[in-house]
Design a protein around this ligand. Structure first.
Ligand code: NAD
Length: 512
């Protein structure tokens, strides 16, 4: 069932699809072109966060399983079956891969929703279309990204080849399981590398199926393997592996720092990091349209349950419009997202990913109140949805940037409004964080906008919008939000290395 046809499914239909999917969960890894159990037989439970029920026991990879997948990837890379495949042929496989993902959207969508609680409508309207678009964009780069011939003296020819790195290890989070994986495997594969992916243990079900679809599309065995398991076991083994040329990581800043250590302890592999954020949205009093700005504010923090790296979690509002802004957010934002069963296509907000995350976010909310922020609405769990891991949309006003809720990444549906007086104060507060992933600012004044674009320390700055963009846009962080750039041509290039070939020439006729 493809993406278009499943858009019409109602709740009953999704429940029946989900029931079927639960009975047929594939628990194994996908290694070297086939399904594989863990060598040591390890398993872990994956849990439906909307109900607390165990869905399945999934294979937990150990160092041995990682070794097996990396060895297969290295062999496939050295054979040239993928890395030296003609560019148009490699493109064709990736286009077919994207088509197959779309054709299998029903199964993939329901696995994602069961596993991490994301509303089914988000998976089919956001995640899956973007997974396909990522693969197609990176496929298009294959014969568009060139090496170079440089200007040398007449007695030499110098050219620069752009070559794949080898085996790429990808370690990904659970908030957009297939999409965050695609931001890594798509450019890595397109550039000719082989990939071993270790998904987050909270959302293990969808990515192994993607690797199987890659094979169905004509990808050679060993080129794309997926090993599930715990971060500190399978993830660490991958990041420490001597035959892995690059680790591409998306996740917390804390674990991102470990990746740099693992690279240093092993083979100096390349490390691409996409880590946490505490993104400011700055609302100047001359913003073009208050209604539009308030909508961007609540969408920017409640979308995907607030489990978004670039969530607009700090709302900096100029004091002259502060009361009106908070009141409009209260009246319009409070009921815009209602927690509900994620399989219902009408649901806009599912549970958090685990009960532990629900507890952590509720504790952060308590801390916010204890430190003096004003709870405007929310702050609790919806009783009627127990025992799911739900948290109601929450708004804190009168927050200052020293409070824990303004400094730590909450990764839940908790908005914090911080008042400020002037432009320089806004820039100071925006930059007063260890993170620098994204920011937005709202103003009609082009001078203010340009000054702020230049002054804000983050990898992405939006003006009079939030979370807009396309595949030409590099996405990644400054400071402790990371060092990589996803989505764009630079992302493709970051899975390549240059080789300089200098050819000394003899003068014409001189060789005789
Ligand atoms: P996490 O850091 O806990 O886990 C991420 C991945 O790392 C998982 O696969 C996990 O198993 C693995 N891991 C954990 N410990 C490891 C270790 N010692 N060695 C090797 N691997 C290990 O993050 P999470 O909770 O899954 O995801 C949420 C975080 O991801 C948030 O901080 C969020 O901001 C960030 N994120 C960033 C972006 C971005 O593009 N910048 C996108 C999505 C999520």
């Amino acid at each position: 069932m493809n993406l278009q046809s499943i858009a019409q499914h109602d709740l009953a239909r999704w429940q029946s699809v989900a029931q079927d999917a639960r009975q047929r969960v594939e628990p194994r890894h996908f290694i070297d072109g086939d399904w594989a159990d863990s060598i040591d037989g390890g398993r872990f439970e994956t849990i439906d966060p909307s109900s607390g029920e165990v869905i399945a026991e999934i294979a937990a990879g150990s160092e041995k399983d990682i070794d097996r997948a990396v060895a297969a990837a290295k062999k496939a890379f050295r054979s040239g079956c993928w890395s030296r495949m003609a560019p148009r042929d490699r493109m064709a496989v990736l286009y077919r891969f994207a088509d197959l993902i779309s054709e299998n959207a029903e199964q993939l969508a329901v696995l994602e929703t069961l596993d991490m609680g994301k509303p089914i409508s988000d998976v089919i309207n956001v995640d899956l279309p973007l997974v396909c678009e990522t693969i197609r964009f990176m496929a298009e780069c294959i014969d568009k990204v060139d090496g170079a011939v440089t200007n040398t003296a007449a007695d030499a020819m110098h050219f620069i080849l752009r070559e794949p790195l080898g085996v790429v290890g990808a370690i990904t989070p659970w908030n957009y399981p297939m999409l965050m994986a695609a931001w890594k495997f798509a450019p890595a594969l397109a550039a000719g590398n082989c990939v071993v992916l270790k998904p987050a243990e909270q959302s293990p079900m969808s990515c192994p199926r993607l690797a199987e679809l890659f094979m169905e599309a004509g990808g050679p065995a060993g080129v794309f393997s997926v090993v599930n398991g715990m971060g500190e076991v399978a993830g660490q083994a991958l990041a420490l592996h001597h035959d892995v040329a690059k680790i591409s990581f998306t996740g917390s800043t804390e674990v991102g720092k470990l990746m740099l250590q693992y690279a240093g302890q092993s083979n100096m592999k390349h490390v691409g990091l996409e880590c946490g954020g505490k993104s400011p949205q700055i609302f100047m009093s001359d913003l073009p349209d208050l209604g539009q700005a308030v909508e961007a504010a609540y969408r920017g923090i409640y979308e995907n349950m607030g489990e978004v790296c670039n969530a607009g979690s700090r709302l900096l509002v100029q004091r002259s419009i502060y009361d009106e802004f908070v009141e409009r957010f209260r009246s319009e934002g409070q009921f815009a997202y209602r927690p509900g069963q994620p399989l219902d296509p009408a649901t806009s907000m599912g549970p958090l990913v685990t009960k532990g995350d629900q507890r952590r976010v509720l504790d952060m909310i308590e801390t916010g109140s204890a430190e003096g922020a004003r709870l405007v609405f929310g702050g609790d769990a919806p009783a009627e949805l127990e025992p799911g891991a739900f948290v109601n949309p929450t708004l804190f006003a009168d927050v200052n940037n020293e409070m824990s809720i303004a400094r730590q990444e909450i990764f839940g549906p908790v908005a914090c409004v911080i008042p400020f007086d002037g432009l320089e104060e806004a820039v100071h507060i925006a930059n007063d964080t260890i993170y620098g992933l994204a920011a937005s600012l709202w103003t009609r004044d082009v001078d203010t906008a340009m000054h702020m674009v230049r002054s804000i320390e983050s990898g992405v700055v939006w003006v009079n919008t939030f979370d807009a963009g396309d595949f030409t846009q590099p996405f990644g962080g400054y400071k402790q939000s990371g060092n990589a750039r996803d989505k764009c041509i630079d992302s493709f290039k970051s899975y390549t290395q240059t080789k300089s070939a200098w050819i000394q020439l003899s003068p014409p006729g001189g060789a005789s």
